[in-house]
Design a binder for this molecule. Structure first.
Ligand code: FES
Ligand SMILES: [Fe+2]
Length: 353
């Protein structure tokens, strides 16, 4: 049985990736064809001609106005996926139609619904409006991961690994040393994990971007909405600074680190990452630095998770992991994901102390 939850929204692309060219990406095992109509609307259909399966994203298939012409024998499809022309006959079979995926553009992301289209509710897509708002500057990328998506969920829900895997970039001793608090909102479907470091070393990632140095107050507040959207609200401030009672926070620097965790297949994942900041908005050196640093950090995770996927693939059945306090967020996320995938969770969330 698949561990990938269906009847869910997943990030398929950045909005800027999709234009007047045929674009294909495999999401949860489904190859999906995307393109924009002349009016600018995004379409999402199965990337497989109904005739003999030729991928419609593959040359010499082409976009002609608001139709896609299959590059093999010329079946032609409109923006609604219906076939409008077949070669050698005037009658178009009624069933000649591409499966259509509900698709929504929001917060610079293209969301696609994987599952029964009748259940798709765009109101359930989690928001991250700062990714596309004045007052914020965002850098981003996407790295292919040759590992199952659940390994990336584990990785992002437990940031104690920053100290070890990302030392010299975002990791300092205080991250691993500071206990977390975890909260689960089952009704909203959100896992929260917080780690507030009152007096911590400033890692290079924040030293060069904010100009702060020495000791800082560093807060990490994770908000994960399974299956796809992970948000890390990061607050960097001088030691002793706290937000004002009205919620304003003039002494702090805010960085929103967002990941979209999108399964490509059972054993590979699209690792979308974005870093939004509310300071140095027009400073291109800061943008270039954060983009390069975060990509390096993501690639450190990718290298580790690619190894883990291989370890899991070759281990005998029945291997038991050991979980401790740092894993409470990850275990809560696993339980939610297992419920979404219709499976009974293999493990209860009682960490060994
Ligand atoms: S496979 Fe597309 S027209 Fe034949
Ligand atoms: Fe990491």
């Amino acid at each position: 049985m698949s561990s990938i939850p269906r009847d869910q929204w997943y990030v398929a692309a950045y909005t800027a990736e999709i234009g007047r060219e045929l674009f294909s990406r495999t999401i949860c095992g489904d190859p999906i064809l995307f393109w924009r109509t002349e009016a600018g609307e995004i379409t999402a259909h199965a990337d497989r001609c109904v005739h003999r399966r030729f991928p419609l994203s593959r040359a010499p298939s082409r976009l002609v106005g608001d139709t896609v012409v299959c590059g093999y024998h010329g079946f032609t499809y409109g923006a609604d996926g219906r076939c409008v022309a077949v070669p050698g006959q005037t009658r178009v079979p009624r069933t000649a139609r591409l499966a259509q995926y509900p698709v929504v553009e929001q917060d610079s992301l293209v969301w696609v619904w994987i599952g029964d289209p009748a259940l798709a509710d765009p109101g359930r897509i989690p928001r991250a409006s700062y990714l596309d708002s004045p007052g914020w500057t965002t850098v981003r990328g996407m790295e292919p991961l040759a590992a199952r998506y659940s390994l990336l969920v584990d990785n992002l829900l437990d940031l104690s690994h920053e100290t070890y895997l990302h030392g010299g970039y975002i990791g300092t001793p205080e991250v691993a040393a500071t206990p977390i608090s975890t909260e689960v909102d089952d009704d909203a479907g959100i896992v929260y994990v917080s780690r507030h470091m009152a007096d911590a070393e400033c890692p290079p990632f924040y030293e060069r971007s904010t100009g702060l140095s020495g000791r800082i107050s560093r807060w990490q507040d994770i908000e994960y909405t399974p299956p796809c959207l992970y948000k890390l609200h990061s607050r960097i401030a001088p030691v002793g600074s706290v937000p004002d009672p009205d919620g304003s926070d003039p002494d702090a620097f805010h960085v929103e680190v967002v990941y979209a965790i999108t399964p490509e297949t059972e054993h590979s994942t699209h690792d979308f990452w974005l870093v939004a900041r509310d300071f140095a908005l027009d400073d291109e050196d800061v943008s270039a630095f954060l983009a390069e640093q975060n990509r390096t950090v993501v690639l450190q995770d990718v290298a580790a998770l690619d190894v883990l996927e291989q370890v899991i693939a070759t281990e005998p059945p029945g291997y038991q992991e050991l979980s401790v306090n740092i894993d409470t967020g990850g275990l809560a996320a696993r339980r939610m994901l297992a419920r979404m995938a219709g499976a009974v969770p293999a493990e209860r969330a009682v960490p060994a102390r």
